[in-house]
Design a protein. Structure first.
Length: 585
């Protein structure tokens, strides 16, 4: 933009050419026109600058002339189209044979609603009331009587030019403020959505905790009674083997419950160094029964997949979720391909031939899950990892499966990528960084042949509100030689403690019970028998349940349900045989 384009523009509208010449003389003052320069100086606010150069400086404007209203209207439209609108217009009232001043102003304001207008008239054809009724009351309109004083014209011009400048500056500022408000509103909306998602996850965590408590009690009952039934069977018979599978399913169900709790509270995974092949093998045990005979399963692995630091259960569940999604995408038939290989991620494409922004350079294990289903459109593909987003029918999907996969990948320092074509299928790639470490020894426990439990002859208080769990616990303890005093809730436990204070040698207490919880029972024990050994058990996720557990208090021994009898008996024996220590509660 050149310098001329920054000057204020003034349009003179009058049918008398001499009037145009008068205005031109006013706005092109020279050094001899001190009074006009001083007037401009005063209205520009430059009182402190009294130098001769400043006083001689004229008001710099671009003047334009129109001799009829229609001509002025056309020039105003042209100025708007050029992006250089007029700042001010001096408009005569009588301009025969064309439009009069009021008609001209009406059209000018249609072309430029912000134009400042000064009516110049030597006659009183219209009163101010008539003008206001015709044009409306406006701060963009002034009246100047002819013959006018040059200084008065200069004063009006200076004031109205400054007014237009301030209006423009205010308009720009308003746009900036509106933009800031929009941006801030968008940020607040994003935070609000994030907060709602967090609240949803917290609600799921609370719900999961409650469900897990009941579910784990049921699993303990299933596992306990199954174990009792197996004790009376010949290990070589088929029913014994069948019940072994029941215990395996119980163990896996317990692991899934723990994964749900871990996801809902977003705690770090429990990692061990293991072969990437182990993740595939662990997941395939669960995947194969979920596929119909019409779906072909193809698993390809490489000779040296490498080791990863991983939570095997968590990643197996993530892989299971990917396979379930692939199965659902293929509906009745198709091919599910699972591939395991290694890939090098470099700083840039020229260095390694591959680069992924989400990953640090290095060696990665890549687990690919591909299906031959219907694929996804771009809009769906962009949202699939959002919590609670699902394209499945109501009741057939929670919208958490792929969110869990995404979170698990990030927790392991990797990422998930998806490629999809509508009508062709989708491929999910789970990247996991390799580690230069020897795989940890994985202790395989044969659930059909549990470790030999330890026996004893002490008297144990069992405080448990679930009747099935309480019965299984009592039976396991009595079979191992212990004497048992049982309580059905917190109040009952405190009464039994007071009645058998000298007899009780160990306390097994459920964390969550009616009336008084396990913490309150333990506090009572600390007062009356500070030497008493206490072991807590719970089906809740104690670490995420602020209402049932004070995480700021010293740690106390706790077993998470479901608990197999051998584990329970060995834990009790180990504590009883240890040097007795006072436990703070």
């Amino acid at each position: 933009m050149n310098i001329e384009s920054t000057k204020p523009r003034i349009l003179i509208i009058d049918d008398n050419p001499s009037i145009h010449e008068d205005f031109r003389k006013i706005f092109t003052v020279d050094a001899s026109s001190q009074s006009l320069a001083e007037a401009a100086n005063a209205f520009f606010g430059d009182d402190d600058d009294s130098s001769e150069e400043s006083l001689q400086k004229p008001l710099e404007v671009d003047l334009d002339s129109a001799y009829q209203g229609e001509e002025a209207y056309r020039k105003t439209i042209a100025a708007m189209n050029e992006g250089r609108p007029y700042t001010l217009a001096f408009c005569d009232m009588r301009m025969p044979p064309g439009w009069d001043g009021l008609t001209t102003i009406e059209h000018l304001w249609k072309a430029d609603p912000n134009l400042q207008v000064v009516i110049c008239s030597a006659y009183s054809d219209n009163t101010w009331a008539d003008i206001s009724k015709r044009l409306g009351r406006s701060d963009r309109l002034l009246i100047l009587k002819k013959p006018f004083d040059n200084a008065e014209v200069m004063q009006l011009a200076v004031a109205l030019i400054e007014k237009r400048r301030l209006i423009k500056a205010a308009s720009i500022k308003q746009v900036e403020l509106e933009t800031m408000v929009q941006e801030r509103t968008a940020q607040l909306e994003q935070r609000d959505q994030a907060l709602r998602q967090k609240q949803k996850l917290e609600a799921i965590g609370s719900l999961a905790g409650g469900v897990a408590h009941e579910f784990n009690n049921l699993l303990q009952a299933i596992g306990g009674y199954t174990g009792f039934a197996m004790e009376a069977m010949n290990p070589d018979e088929q029913p014994y083997e069948d019940l072994t599978h029941v215990l395996e399913a119980t163990s896996r169900a317990s692991a899934i419950t723990g994964q749900l709790l871990s996801f809902s509270r977003q705690q770090p995974p429990k990692k061990v160094v293991c072969s990437a092949q182990e993740i595939i093998d662990s997941a395939m045990v669960l995947v194969k029964p979920l596929l119909s005979s019409a779906i072909e399963l193809n698993v390809e692995t490489c000779s040296d997949p490498g080791n990863v630091s991983a939570d095997v259960n968590l990643l197996s569940q993530a892989l299971l979720n990917l396979c379930i999604n692939a199965r659902d995408a293929m509906e009745d038939s198709g091919k599910l391909s699972i591939r395991l290989n290694r890939e090098t991620i470099g700083w840039n494409e020229s260095e390694s031939g591959n680069s992924i922004a989400d990953l640090k350079p290095g060696e990665y294990v890549v687990v690919s899950v591909a299906d031959t289903g219907g694929g996804m459109c771009e809009e769906v593909a962009n949202r699939i990892f959002e919590p609670f987003f699902s394209t499945k029918e109501v009741g057939k999907g929670t919208g958490l499966g792929l969110s869990m996969v995404f979170g698990a990948a990030q927790d392991h320092g990797g990422c998930v990528r998806v490629t999809t074509d509508k009508g062709v299928g989708s491929t999910f790639q789970l990247y996991l960084p390799t580690v230069n470490a020897t795989a940890d020894a994985i202790v395989s426990v044969d659930v059909g042949k549990p470790e030999q439990p330890s026996n004893g002859n002490e008297t144990i208080l069992v405080a448990e509100d679930d009747p099935n769990v309480r019965e299984i616990t009592i039976r396991s303890l009595t079979n191992a030689g212990y004497s048992v005093i049982d309580a059905i809730d917190g109040n009952d436990a405190i009464e039994k403690i007071d009645l058998n204070l000298d007899e009780i040698q160990f306390a097994l207490i459920d964390v969550v019970m009616p009336f008084k919880n396990g913490r309150e029972v333990a506090q009572h024990l600390a007062r009356v028998r500070p030497d008493m050994q206490i072991l807590f058990c719970s089906g809740y996720d104690v670490k995420s349940s602020k209402t049932t557990w004070d995480t700021k208090s010293p740690k106390l021994p706790i077993l998470s349900k479901p608990i197999d009898p051998a584990t329970l008996l060995n834990a009790i024996r180990e504590m009883l045989d240890a040097q007795p220590q006072e436990q703070p509660v």
